[in-house]
Design a protein around this ligand. Structure first.
Ligand code: NCD
Length: 325
């Protein structure tokens, strides 16, 4: 495994399966009355968030605290600092404080890569979402959720997602979640189909390792998992579709459409959901929707990533004698 986690494309199949398996170990800690491991005691992790976040920020913080790391939260909300120089200044401040890992979310694609390769800091860099580029821990928690639901919690250990059919629907153009998922799912052997209005597909998407469709209804019966993506208005500077109603009619998932999916198939969403736009409340609140499960799984995945990148050789979970019996 590489020293930093910048892109899902940097993970080999074995790296990814190791992270998923370690996350299963970490998930067991969440079932204990005391949800804490001493693994990162004495290590300092900074959460450097230049962009809004609910789930990702809270989940990284929970993961760091469960591993007993010292946590510093830096939120640059409202700051007008520009990319290159300010990032360098911030990085040098962190370096002076002796930080071991930096979890960074930034509006500029490439900011985590710059931080990891610039020589400004010595810390491990974990990308928590950069612009429209990558969000590798989201793809990992999505893969973890799919493996648990479609292969099985115990049966999944050591397994990838070979042959599973995953459909991503919505604003692919602006979505780092889509890019990371396409990369990781391909590495794990899944077959990915993107469904979106042509205006919300990036130039060059034909060269991605996936299929493209404009017909959601035809794709649903052939899907084991359907992941809906939010229309990212904050990244749009033009009209990409006529009206919201038109978008919802063609690309939104409602109860009738969900009924076209195979019985075992799941509905996924990375959040934040816009109910009534890409997903109806009926679907979002149904048993088949894994949105809340994905959030819980995110903590286990982030614990696994932090442990593998920072924790060294100590066993992840020390079992008590009673557990061993
Ligand atoms: C996504 C993000 O920020 O990239 N959310 C997340 O991390 N769970 C997707 C989005 O903002 O729509």
């Amino acid at each position: 495994m590489q020293r930093h986690l910048i892109s899902a494309a940097d993970l080999t199949r074995d790296d990814a399966v190791q992270i998923l398996d370690t996350a299963e170990e970490m998930a067991r800690v969440a079932d204990r009355p005391i949800k804490k491991l001493p693994t990162l005691r004495g290590r300092t992790v900074v959460n450097l968030f230049f962009e809004d976040s609910t789930r990702t920020r809270i989940s990284f913080e929970a993961a760091e605290k469960r591993l007993s790391a010292d946590v510093i939260n830096f939120s640059a909300k409202g700051s007008s600092v520009s990319k290159g120089e300010s990032l360098k200044d911030t990085a040098q401040t962190l370096e002076a404080m002796g930080v071991d890992a930096v979890v960074i979310r930034h509006g500029a694609s490439g900011a985590p890569y710059r931080l990891a390769t610039s020589g400004w800091i010595d810390a491990v860099v974990i990308n928590a979402g950069d612009g429209t580029h990558q969000h590798p821990t989201q793809a990992l928690l999505d893969a973890f959720t799919m493996r648990r639901r479609l292969v099985g919690r115990d049966a999944g250990i050591g397994q990838d997602l070979g042959g599973k059919r995953v459909t991503l629907v919505g604003d692919i153009l602006h979505s780092r979640v889509a890019r990371s998922n396409v990369d990781l799912l391909h590495t794990l052997g899944a077959e990915v189909t993107l469904v979106a209005p042509p205006t919300l597909l990036p130039v060059g998407v034909e060269s991605w390792p996936c299929e493209i469709s404009y017909d959601l209804d035809a794709t649903l019966p052939k899907s084991d998992a359907v992941m809906l993506l939010r229309v990212q208005r904050e990244r749009m500077n033009a009209a990409f579709f006529p009206t919201e109603r038109e978008y919802t009619r063609r690309y939104g998932l409602d109860g009738d459409r969900m009924a076209r999916m195979p019985e075992h198939a799941i509905v996924m969403h990375p959040g934040p959901m816009v109910r009534g736009m890409e997903i109806t409340a009926e679907v979002a609140d149904s048993d088949r929707c894994t949105a809340v499960e994905q959030v819980a799984n995110g903590v286990s995945i982030r614990m696994a990533v932090l442990y593998l990148l920072l924790g060294g050789m100590d066993p992840a979970v020390t079992h008590t004698r009673t557990e061993e019996k």
